[in-house]
Design a protein around this ligand. Sequence first.
Ligand code: BGP
Length: 478
Amino acid sequence: MNKYQFPEGFLWGGATAANQMEGGFKEGNKGLNIADVLPGGKERYDILLNPGFDFEINHDKYTYPNHEAIDFYHRYKEDIALFAEMGFKSFRMSIAWTRIFPNGDELEANEEGLAFYDRVFDELHKHGIEPVVTISHYEMPLYLVKEYGGWRNRQVVTFFERYVNAIFNRYKDKVKYWMTFNEINSGLVMPIQGLGFSIQKEEDKYQSTFQAYHHQFVASSIAVKKCHEIIPDSKIGCMILFAPVYAFDSNPENVLYSLQEEQLFNYFCGDVQVRGEYPAFIKRYFKEHNIKLEIQDGDLELIKEGTVDYVGFSYYMSRTEKKVKSPEEASQGNIIGGVKNPFLQASDWGWEIDPVGLRISLNKLYDRYQIPLFVVENGLGAYDKVEEDGSINDDYRIDYLREHVRAMGEAIEDGVELMGYTSWGCIDMVSMSSGEFSKRYGFIYVDKHDDGSGTLERKKKKSFFWYKDVIATNGEKI
Ligand code: BGP
């Protein structure tokens, strides 16, 4: 068995998002955000993928698991101590924009929100853990969604600039690793979370989507430039949902279709954020979909100047494509679609498990961009069982993670420059796509259930001890 050589200083750790773990949804003057109005359970998935959501809370019909989540807001010390016990070198988290600017368009930042993250960063540093912070992780202020139409509206760029100014200035001595928008390309299929709006009936979805993207690219470049100015020793990356696209077979039509899907979904946003310009292939797409971007003077220069230092990406699955497919062939749970891959097994939620796909992704991304990569999400959502003696024997999760760590080791051998690995959901929390607690990813079990019951007590799973060894040996013992 190969022993892998992970670089010295490799950022092993875990990843989370404020809206899925903090709870305290109205504490410390926090305003409501998109995640606060998304219901728990299977309905959430339909809402995310279909047009016409009204962004209202309806307690008669739904539950809202993100409101309390796993209460990291009050329990962060205990949780960070557990991460430290596993030996985390880094911890990926996000700042909830609405803790800092409750509505989003205020002129002054909310001191209570700023102070909360000071406490969290201080606690991480006390344990020698480097924070890796996502600036916007599916938690746009609800007020900006309702009053301004989300990222469709150019004014939001100004509000975002105010937000990044506030956090860069406040945390310049505490946070050196940043990322702009979580899974920025996901807005192509889930505009609610990524772009802050739901497509309306009469709306031209292509025009709105890509105009909103243009605003986000401008905002991302502003953030990158400001980050470099205010925190010169920082690194700021983009964050892409990467699912490599395979052609179902060698029919050239299917190969071409897969290439086009890969360009649009996997590369479009990264090309703008890493290379600093709109890629050639998108011009034809814009023409065919009658998309005419409003670009202000100076935007393209700004995009050219504000390119990222590294590519952060999430990796859960690959995607297999065919130009013409019947409903029976469709993959069951893959968010981005595609057809079933006969060589792969799927998770309980239908996500196809493909560790080799991670090695392929790392090679593809590095070949294309030649800047450092960072796997900032990867993991297995599964049902866990607490045994009578209190143990949780999640060997399936260990198997999954081991194969993905191997794939990274191989990619490093292939020559890929990889900064770190923060596996998703290092502690159980609310699922993004289904709003369930029962879709668990953690090394740490949280006693909280889909019906809202549970003590919130934390327990170490078997994978906790496995990951501790992986980190202690810098990936040699997996
Ligand atoms: C990514 C998101 C995360 C997340 C993860 C797992 O797409 O960035 O927020 O939760 O996927 O997805 P889920 O929670 O739906 O299983």
